[in-house]
Design a protein around this ligand. Sequence first.
Ligand code: ZN
Length: 298
Amino acid sequence: MRIGIDLGGTKVEGIRLKDNGQIDKKIRVSTPIENYDTVITSICDLISDLQTPDRLSVGIGTPGTLDPQTNFMKNSDSLCINGSPFKKDIEDKLDYSIRVENDANCFTLSEAIYGAGKEFKCVFGVILGTGCGGGLVVSRNLVNGPNRISGEWGHNCMPTSVRDLIGSDRTCHCGRTNCIETVLSGRGFKQTFTELSGIQMEPEGITKQAELHDKDAKNCIDIYAKQLAGCLSTIVNTIDPDVIVLGGGLSNIKPIYEMIPNHLCGQVFNDTIQTKVVAASFGDASGARGAACLWPKS
Ligand SMILES: [Zn+2]
C-alpha cells in the first residue's frame, strides 16, 4: 500500500491505496487558509492518520512545482506555498522522505496507470478547471524535464487559428496575454458566455442552459470545443500521444467529446486523426491516487 495526498485550493484529500488500485482509507479535510505553517501541520496530521506501522511511502500532489534549482515551490497561484521549502518542511516533521509532484502530473499518472489511459503507452492528461494544467506519462512513467514544467500547455499562447473566437485580448495571471488558460479554464468559459450573452453564469448553469437549447449557451460550448481542439492540436503535433485524458470541472461538458474529433481534423498535421480524446475515469479523485503512484508498489 501507498499513501497519496492531493493538496487543493479548498480541500486536502488523503488516501491509502492498495496495489490493486482499490482505496483502503480516504480522509478529506478543508484546506487551512490561515498561513503556511497550518498547511504543513494539517498535511502532516493527515499523513499520520493514514500511516501504518509499516511506514508506507508518501506522495503529495500540489498546485505548482518544486523548483529543481532551489527546491522551493513555484507557480502555485492558489496557495501560500510559493517560495517555501515545502517538501523539506514536511520531511523534517515526519522524519522520512516523501515525493512531491505537480497536481496535473499526478492526475495524468493516475489515469495512465489505473484510469482512462491504462490501455495506452503515451498519455497526455489535461485539467480543465480553475486553471488549465497538463502532464505527460509514457509507459506509466511521468515525463519531466530540467525546468519541471512538462505539460504546462495552459500558459502557451492560444493558436491564431482559434484566437479570433474571443472578443478581446485576455490577460493571464502569469502576466502574459491570451494564454490557453484564459479561454479553457472555468473563468475563460464564463467570460466567453458573458461576451456572447451579456449574462454572468457559472459553467454548470451554462451547460444546463445548453441542454435547454439556449442559443448563446450552445454557441458557447461550440466555441469552447473549437478552441479546445485548436489548442490540443498543438499537443498532437508536438507529442502525438495515443490518448488525451480530460479532467477538471469542464471535462464534464459531455457534448465536447463528439465535437473535438471533427475540429481536430484540419488543425493537426495529418489527414486523419487517430488520437483518442476521452474523459477521466476518476475525476477529482485522481489527484491523491496519482500522488500515491509517485512511488513504486510496495
Ligand atoms: Zn498564463
